[in-house]
Design a protein around this ligand. Sequence first.
Ligand code: NAD
Length: 449
Amino acid sequence: MADNYTRFVNGELGKKLAKQLGLPRPAVLRRYTPGAPVTVGPVLIVADDASAADADSLAKALLAWDVDVRRSTEGAADVRWGGVVLVGTAAESPEAVSEAVLALGSTLRRLAGNGRVVVLSRAPEAGDAPALAATRAGFEGFTRSVGKELRGGATANGVQLTGGAAVDSASALGTLRFFLSAKSAYVDGQVLPVGPSDPLDDVDWQQPLAGKVAVVTGAARGIGAAIARTLARDGAKVVVVDVPAAGESLAAVANEVKGTAVQLDVTAADAGTKILEATRHLGGLDILVHNAGILRDKLLANMKPAQWDSVIAVNLASQLRINEQLLAAGVEGLRIVSLASTSGIAGNKGQTNYAYSKSGVIGHTAATAPLVAELGGTANAVAPGFIETEMTRSIPFATREMARRVLPSLQQGGLPLDVAEAIAFLSSPVAKGVNGQVLRVCGQSMVGK
Ligand code: NAD
């Protein structure tokens, strides 16, 4: 549910008042509901000449999802675009992309509320000629800037193919679909590197996690509870973990998702082994979401050892120990998603301990990725920005309001569901080619890169 201010300025009186006073007018974001169309309207695909063949194969894939796809704006003067996809995968010089980029620009005034811009490009690779590297790298700054120019709940994100990944591979198309859909409502201005994966097979888009067993730590409330609900909605059997003190609310979440509750402190020396034991009777562990986390904010000059140490123990050391135990047990095909934070990317006053832990999560994710990949798995992180939870409700009102409205395009905090959708996507079979990455769910917060 949108915050009170967002609801107010979307009402008759609030809309007028905000307009007169020049106040921010955040849009109500469209969230995913099962069975709803992927986009809010037709999708236009534009490409430079060299990338036209890739654009055609994308168009075919989108048609198979019942999306109304167009390759030109001819006869479409009245269309409100649900999405515009810019394909620059085969472009070789900056000059070669200008026509397609400007074609995208000329459609933006007709982009529907909650519309999508997605840029599909290739990452610069070692050995690229400078002009090719420049052409490829340019799409990143371009995508982030387009995102900041959009209004009405529309977003811009990029799929950046790496290692020769094919345009019609499962992960390229799966990521494109995630960005086009309402599941990415609060992901904005992000460019996600996507490596090679199998061609897209039959995918059950309604229940992509059917038959999978997932463990979510810190699931008694907040983001963790939303993750448990979303993974269950997508078909997974879910085991929810939290400390014994949160036992009652944990049991309620377990009931709701028809899952299993396990009271466990993630800092316990044998937490990894306990997690494996809890999933054995369900057929083994497929997805692990390291979500448990705490804040003990203090300026470093006033930081007590217990405040530093407890944050490191819960947010970081527990994840390292659990991952080590799972790797030692040889769990195959394991999909790990860890909660980082934009504070771990940009830093935040009063959060040296928290930022160390969250930067550490980003670091271990990159190092764990090749280790789990040997067993057919992936390790990724999600970095939420300002999410409306009990954790952020404790922030003083004025600071909280600033944090929301300062966001250049969406002008509001995200919901736990938004973080959960990103995690469900990264855990899904189609995201197999996304490994060692950090996906920000931050409404294009200006912190960090
Ligand atoms: P929350 O405080 O509402 O929930 C955290 C849960 O973790 C609680 O249920 C708590 O009991 C559990 N937990 C704490 N220590 C534990 C332990 N030792 N073992 C097992 N469970 C434990 O927090 P939230 O806002 O839902 O955040 C969830 C995650 O998202 C955290 O890792 C947090 O750092 C991260 N995050 C949140 C935001 C935000 O805006 N809320 C932003 C960035 C990152």
